[in-house]
Design a protein around this ligand. Sequence first.
Ligand code: SF4
Length: 220
Amino acid sequence: MYKSLNSLNERIIKCVKCQRLVNFRESVALKKTKRFIKDNYWGKPVIGFGDPNAKIIIVGLAPAAHGGNRTGRVFTGDKSADFLFKCLHQAKLSNQPYSIHLNDGLVLKNVYMTPALKCVPPEDKPKAEELKKCFVYLSEEISYLENAKIILALGKIAFESCVKLFNLKPSLYKFIHGAEYSISKKLKILACYHPSPRNVNTGKINEEQMLEVLNIVSKC
Ligand code: SF4
């Protein structure tokens, strides 16, 4: 399993299938932003990380421009990560309440985390053909996570990507925060609002709601 996942990840990191996203991820890495001006940005596709034997898979949308695209790890070094890891730690699914850089000592517990789209899209809006191209990676990746019992899909795009992955009828699988569905004989999916600053600041999701969702997946 590890060998297959490792070789998949090696292929993903070299991927240049979506020219628009290749240009964008590299231009963000070159221009940077003021507060991270001294950092060496990753600027490449961002692979999954965590425990390949985990029962819980957390699927996000894509790396953030100055988060994962900078640090090289999904949900690392941005506001979404601050919120998510505070909650993951409270739910005992990570060893620390922060995810700030690759060598910060973070260990996920019973969790594997990955973006549905491996490259940062402009304005967080991927095109359908980009999702389609990247979808093959997500599909292969999930096939290696043999002990998984539940997918926690963060946001509508991540949720819909997973529904597509299992050839399910979208009309029967609606993205509703907290809704849980069976998607195969051994796997369930739970929909959750993305922990983006916009959703957190507007009150669409708060720590209590996120913890409720994390407690459900922890019990699987
Ligand atoms: S989004 Fe996926 S398919 Fe497109 S370039 Fe990045 S890794 Fe490749």
